[in-house]
Design a protein around this ligand. Sequence first.
Ligand code: TYD
Ligand code: MG
Length: 475
Amino acid sequence: KGKSKVHWVCDNCGASYGQWAGFCRHCGEMNTLKQFTVAEKLENKTRGAEVSENIVRSWFRQESLEELRPKSLTQVYKGMSKTEWMTPLSGLFGAEVSRVLGGGIVPGSLILVGGDPGVGKSTLLLQIAAMVAETGKAIVYVSAEESIEQIGHRADRMKIGTDDLFLYSSTDIEDILEKVRVLSPQAIIVDSIQTVYLKGVPGSAGSITQVRECTSALLRFAKESKITVFMIGHVTKSGEIAGPRVLEHIVDTVLYMEGERYSTHRLLRSVKNRFGSTDELGVFEMSEGGLQVVSNPSEIFLSENYSSEVLAGLAVTVIIDGSRTFVIEIQALCSSGSMAARHVNGVPMNRADMIISVLMKQAGLKLQDNAIFLNVVSGIKLTETAADLAIAAAICSSFLEFSIPNNVAFIGEIGLGGELRAVPQLDKRINAVSKMGFKTCVIPKAAEKSTSGLDLGDLELIGCRNMKEVINKVF
Ligand code: TYD
Ligand code: MG
């Protein structure tokens, strides 16, 4: 008890009351009140959705109710050109962003850009806003976190100055949507979804209910006004503030911005897209003047990790976490003459043992007198067997004192007989290394067929049956 609530709803007009009565105070009909039981949670939701619906509907009521009726398919699509459906952004930066978006900006779509605080989300969206404004279409950057002067300063530092970029600072969704509509912009940016609130919805800004209801308000706004809405969402570890995860299913497109703390590189990844592929990855560098496109990612990524002289004992692979791919580096160190021992970090011990045994037994490596250290860079814990081959390659590299060139990646599971086995979503992993600019990727021979349809660019695939073949072909 206490989780549900009784409502009395009029059959005739839909008015809702907390108590039964013989007639409806709203429409005056007699005996029309029927009892409904509503779960507390659902009730909150309905109230919020109602509010958001009313915001948008109030404008359309002022115009014409025609707008709200279902439309025939031909009415919708007649004469709709490709550019009406999707607007690509121009320039190097625009092209990179457009690619991640699946081709461009879709009118009426709701796009979530998530990322850790400070990663560069506001910077990215301000730059996107500038790109849109340069085409002569209005765009409004609404910040609930900064004053318009603060955004203005930032834009100035980034040398952005166009008449069609409008700034507004507010935390009230209704206020934002009302003010924005006057400009009939092509798009609006809401920075951030955790700092805006919707009146009439319980909870403070950032609570799950608020974040969800504000998002559904923005979704309705986008769909009915055909104005594209970008919203920024902070990824939070503490969990006090509802993060972008809870919104992923509501929005059309989810982009995540990622970056290492001490690196200037930023990755923009599409993890959900109703209008395009989700394997897209944009690579940027944060500079004084904002984000710059990195045209040749492999140089940047690997020069840092490997420095100019390539070290032995390093191998690269791709793991999949949720819907995302991560290109990661495995380090191995084999030192002879010491006590034979194993120290692993990020690799399950039994997997490491198995791979080492296979290397000794099936590939003839004399590892028995070696202490072997294994480490997965950046603290990731492996849960997939797709990294087996890279673990083995790193060990071989250290043991044979042969440095693997920094443009080679390894993907595959290793069986007890030393054979390479296919792994799930190989195409996705191969796409990831191809986009990062790798030149060679070693994969299981058995999985070669499944890669025939892939657009590999400069990437060459080397199919191997077993570890012996890998050693012959790579080392
Ligand atoms: P910001 O976009 O504010 O991050 P977020 O909105 O994700 O919290 O950017 C954060 C960092 O980026 C900030 O520490 C300063 C840096 N930065 C630059 O290096 N160059 C720039 O041109 C700008 C605008 C920011
Ligand atoms: Mg910000």
